[in-house]
Design a protein around this ligand. Structure first.
Ligand SMILES: NC(=O)c1ccc[n+]([C@@H]2O[C@H](COP(=O)([O-])OP(=O)(O)OC[C@H]3O[C@@H](n4cnc5c(N)ncnc54)[C@H](OP(=O)(O)O)[C@@H]3O)[C@@H](O)[C@H]2O)c1
Length: 184
C-alpha cells in the first residue's frame, strides 16, 4: 500500500510588530501629522517595514497620503465608501481589526514575511498592542503639544532587547533613540 503523504507543514505564525516614534510625553501626532522632523526615524521605519504588510488607521493613511513602496498597506476604516472611487494599488481595506489581522497574515505569507507591522496611529496601537510580540520604538527627545498619544503600556510585560542612540542627522530636529522590546 502507498505510504500516506507527509502532513502538510503548518505555515509559520505571523508576529505582529508595533513600530512607533514616541516623544518623552508619549506624543505621537498633532493635527494628523508628526509633530517633529526626523528623517532618521523615517529611514528606520522604511528599513523595518520593507517587504511586510502594514496595518494603519484611516487617519494615518490620509496623513501619509498614499501607498508606501515595497509594502502592502491595510487601512482600517468603518467607512465602506472610503475607497469607493478608486483604491490605489498595494492598498487594502479592512472594516474591523480581526479582518485586518487575517488579511495581514495572508499578505505576509504571500510576501514571504513572518511579520506584520502595526503602523499606528493611536487608535490602532490601542487595538493591536495586546496581541503584539515586539515593539520597535523611536524615542524622540522632545515633549510637543499633541492630540494623539501612545497608549499606556505595562512595561513588566516587555523585555528590552536593543537600545541605540541614533547618529543625529543635520535634518533631525531632535535626538533619537531606537529601542526594541520583546514580549516576555
Ligand atoms: N509617531 C508615530 O509613530 C505615528 C505613527 C502613526 C500615526 N501617527 C500620528 O497619529 C495620528 C493619527 O492617529 P489617530 O489615533 O488619530 O487615528 P488613526 O489610528 O490613524 O485612525 C483612526 C481611524 O481608524 C479607523 N478605525 C479605528 N478603529 C477601527 C476599528 N476597530 N474598525 C475599523 N476602523 C477603525 C477609523 O476610521 P474611520 O473614521 O474612517 O471609520 C478611525 O477614525 C496622526 O497625528 C499621525 O501623524 C504617529
Amino acid at each position: 500500500m502507498d505510504k500516506p503523504p507527509p502532513p502538510a507543514k503548518a505555515a509559520p505564525p505571523i508576529s505582529l510588530v508595533v513600530v512607533a516614534a514616541i516623544a518623552r510625553n508619549g506624543a505621537l501626532g498633532r493635527d494628523n501629522a508628526l509633530p517633529w522632523r526626523a528623517p532618521g526615524d523615517l529611514r528606520r521605519f522604511r528599513g523595518i517595514t520593507w517587504g511586510r504588510p502594514l496595518i494603519m488607521g484611516r487617519k494615518t493613511f490620509q496623513s501619509i497620503g498614499g501607498p508606501l513602496p515595497g509594502r502592502e498597506t491595510i487601512v482600517l476604516t468603518r467607512n465602506r465608501r472610503f475607497f469607493a472611487d478608486a483604491r490605489p494599488e498595494h492598498v487594502h481595506v479592512a472594516e474591523n481589526f480581526d479582518a485586518a489581522l487575517a488579511l495581514a497574515a495572508d499578505l505576509a505569507r504571500a510576501m514571504g514575511a513572518t511579520e506584520a507591522i502595526l503602523a499606528g496611529g493611536a487608535e490602532i496601537y490601542r487595538l493591536g498592542l495586546p496581541g503584539a510580540r515586539k515593539l520597535r520604538l523611536t524615542l524622540v527627545d522632545c515633549a510637543p503639544e499633541a492630540d494623539a498619544f501612545f497608549p499606556e503600556i505595562d512595561w513588566s510585560e516587555w523585555l528590552e532587547t536593543r537600545r541605540e542612540r541614533a547618529p543625529r542627522g543635520a535634518e533631525d530636529e531632535f535626538a533619537l533613540e531606537f529601542i526594541d522590546y520583546q514580549r516576555i
